[in-house]
Write a protein that binds this ligand. Sequence first.
Ligand code: ADP
Ligand code: ZN
Length: 208
Amino acid sequence: MKIILLGAPGSGKGTLAKKISSDFHIPQISTGDLFRAIVKEDSPLGQKVKGLIDKGQLVPDEVTIEVVKKRISEQDCQNGYILDGFPRTVEQAKALEKLTHIDSIILVDLPFDVIIERLSSRRTCSGCGEIYSAQNYASNVCEKCGAGLIQRDDDKPEIIKHRLEVYETNTSPLIDFYSERLFKVSSQGTPDETYRPVKTFLESLEEK
Ligand code: ADP
Ligand code: ZN
């Protein structure tokens, strides 16, 4: 099964993706994670991508499409995957349509004021990428791998505001682009509450 998770930064796409991934045995492909890995390589491309991410701007479509194309051609993607953070522009969505057929598109919905609160208190494990909230997790080491927790530079208030503007301008048109095929879920509640209707929906697709 091939799935797109659509939604603003901080809407809870990544958390939802992890749950789907473990239940349905398909990999989570987060373009944000792919780009942060490229940044660590310290190549010319890595430096360029770092500059864009730190400012909360999008990586150019050509680069992004190339990275995704390569990733979905890998062995573990044969039975499907979850795209988390891609497509983020109409251009990317059109390119994806040429590459493959997507089975379901899930829109994760959360009001901007809640997003700002969640992102400002988000802490990320520098080792394994696990996500924590400073509001309910007081320690600054990861309970899974023991590495230190950091606040991503792009989770600072000025940059969050800019990322949401970029979402409004570039990504929200995808809601119209996919309008007839969207399954919409609110992530106001807990991660499990968000996941429940999604799981039921995906299971109903599997039965077809
Ligand atoms: P979030 O969803 O919390 O904003 P991500 O980890 O998905 O964070 O993305 C971080 C950054 O990586 C984005 O702000 C952007 O610079 C870059 N990025 C991720 N996915 C894409 C994409 N599909 N197209 C262009 N840039 C992207
Ligand atoms: Zn960790």
